[in-house]
Design a protein around this ligand. Structure first.
Ligand SMILES: [Zn+2]
Length: 163
């Protein structure tokens, strides 16, 4: 029986990620495993892997809207320098974590002015069309526990796994 990618399968795939300028943004070392149909990966990619089988190769182009979203100017905010902890390392391109009562959000330092610092809350890949060169490496049935959790439990000692 040939396994194909359908919801509730655990899929391993290799990928090379490039942007519209053909610059390589990321690539897999080992095959990346995810649980299909559970929004574990960006929706525009998941949709295109549906129905593939082991060994299949595909180039998938995902528009920004189906990847990390369009670039949103309203996520750019200016803060007075006094709002930052004295001694905190502030440099364009560094990430800072803003904490509120309920949650924290990571923003990128976009600009450092005389008295203000401009932060950008967009995902670094927002606004980018992403091209994935994908090769399917493995497909297996998910375990009951994986389905309950909605994600893959890898066999590597589960270092990333927290509940
Ligand atoms: Zn889990």
């Amino acid at each position: 029986m040939t396994l194909t990618i359908t919801p509730q399968k655990v899929v391993g795939f290799h990928y090379v990620l490039t942007n519209a300028d053909d610059e390589i943004l990321d690539r897999s070392d080992e095959a990346l495993e995810y649980l299909h149909g559970f929004n574990n990966i960006i929706p525009g990619l998941e949709k295109e892997l549906d129905g593939l089988t082991i060994g299949d190769k595909k180039t998938v182009s995902v528009p920004a809207a189906d990847a990390y979203g369009e670039y949103d100017d309203s996520l750019i905010h200016e803060f007075p320098k006094s709002a930052f902890t004295p001694g905190e390392e502030l440099e364009v391109g560094l990430e800072v974590e803003l904490e509120s009562d309920q949650s924290s959000v990571v923003m990128l330092i976009k600009e450092i002015g005389e008295d203000t610092i401009t932060l950008d809350g967009n995902h670094p890949l927002a606004g980018e069309t992403l091209n994935f060169d994908v090769e399917i490496a493995s497909i297996r049935e998910a375990t009951k526990e994986e389905l309950e959790h909605g994600h893959v439990h890898s066999g590597d000692g589960d270092g990333h796994h927290h509940h």
